[in-house]
Design a protein around this ligand. Sequence first.
Ligand SMILES: Cc1ncc(COP(=O)(O)O)c(C=O)c1O
Length: 456
Amino acid sequence: MITEKPRHAGDTAEAPAGRDVVLRWAAENPGSAALHQRARGLLPGGVTHDVRLAEPFPLAVARADGARKWDVDGHELICYVMGHGALLLGHSHPEVVAAVRAQAGLAFHPGAGHELESDWAELVVRLVPSAERVRFTSSGTEASLLALRVARAATGRDTIVKLAGHFHGWHDQVAVGSDPPFDQPDTAGLPRGLASSVAVIPADEGALAGVLRTRDVAAVILEPSGAAWGTVPLPPGFLAAARRLASESGTLLVFDEVVSGFRWAPGGVQQVTGVVPDLTVLGKVLAGGMPGGAVGGRADLMDHLAGPAAGSRRVAHPGTHNAHPLAAAAGVTTLRLAAPGGLQAGAGRLAAALRDELTAVFERSGVAGRAYGESSTFHLLFGPESASGTVDAAALKNSVPPASVSAALHCSMLSEGVHLFHGSGFLSAAHGEREAEQTVRALATTLRRLQAAGLA
Ligand SMILES: Cc1ncc(COP(=O)(O)O)c(C=O)c1O
């Protein structure tokens, strides 16, 4: 199964410890339970995204506003899922809602070029250092597929290198090595020959140098924030080394900034680090909460998409909803508000303070763990390895809480009015001190419950 961050391994059979915390939340949420019963007969697993599968059943939400949302049982929740990271401005920002409404009155789909697609592309080119040209898609997955196709067309090579644990959507070529164990396909249903054209390596300069020396590689694709939006940060200096090694071997460097783009800074991680890739994959914040994605990159590479003018190396890319006007309306409004960078800086400061306060809660409670993360995100890390201060793949492997702890953590935080995204969170410009304080209190209560249940 593909997830947007590493899944919690460990015990799969539900341990009795912590079950009361889960059952308490279940009892408080008959509406979500009933909707899940109904959905299970209609939607495989009762969900429409693998990552929403949850014990004892998924939360169902009725409406949302700013940093908060209300579930179908009427509970008010602080939202740290934020449209899987898409909602930098918060839920239903009034200017985004007004722009989408205005466009809906003009045309959903004119079946022709429109002004908003150029407005949108202009913003991407202005903000994202690597983007000289832009092609819009309907999702981040489509954008990563397109970037790799452009890379193969431009280099005339087949092999793609990706980093273990890095997620680039669910299309076949990247559905290998995202989930542990990293040397396996993440899903059934992949063509048998696929593995020969995709190499999965650890985020290690030597490993990258080795594969680029021994194979003709079209592209190296990676999350420049580190795997799963910084859950596993990259080793210091890795991005600059990847840039150098790719250039030396005629390989294209592709940054997947679907999460980090417009969030880490208006120009994403590439603006923060100064390491500029050849192609960038975008999504989420790009489209302001509507479905959308894009590839941005060097003009000579992107011109493979220019139709017959591109000749025999032409990259075909149709798509009914590419640059859909409603997505463009939300995207243009969001990017205009995000362009100065103040919103990201504010959300980043609040997230940094929240990470410190959550870590202090762990220390006061005596539970081994801490919060970490970058920009406007946080991740909770459990276990003795958290004390080392270094988060790498090895430390995380030993710190992954068993499924029973994850379920109890999730349900207890929900009972306290906080919706975490699998033990992590995205902040938005709508989050403030009030939300942070409630989250800190919720974690303190939750750690007490976990201790009482013998889970921490
Ligand atoms: C880094 C990254 N790349 C690509 C994707 C795929 O984007 P989408 O879900 O819009 O297809 C995601 C989705 O979470 C992502 O986190």
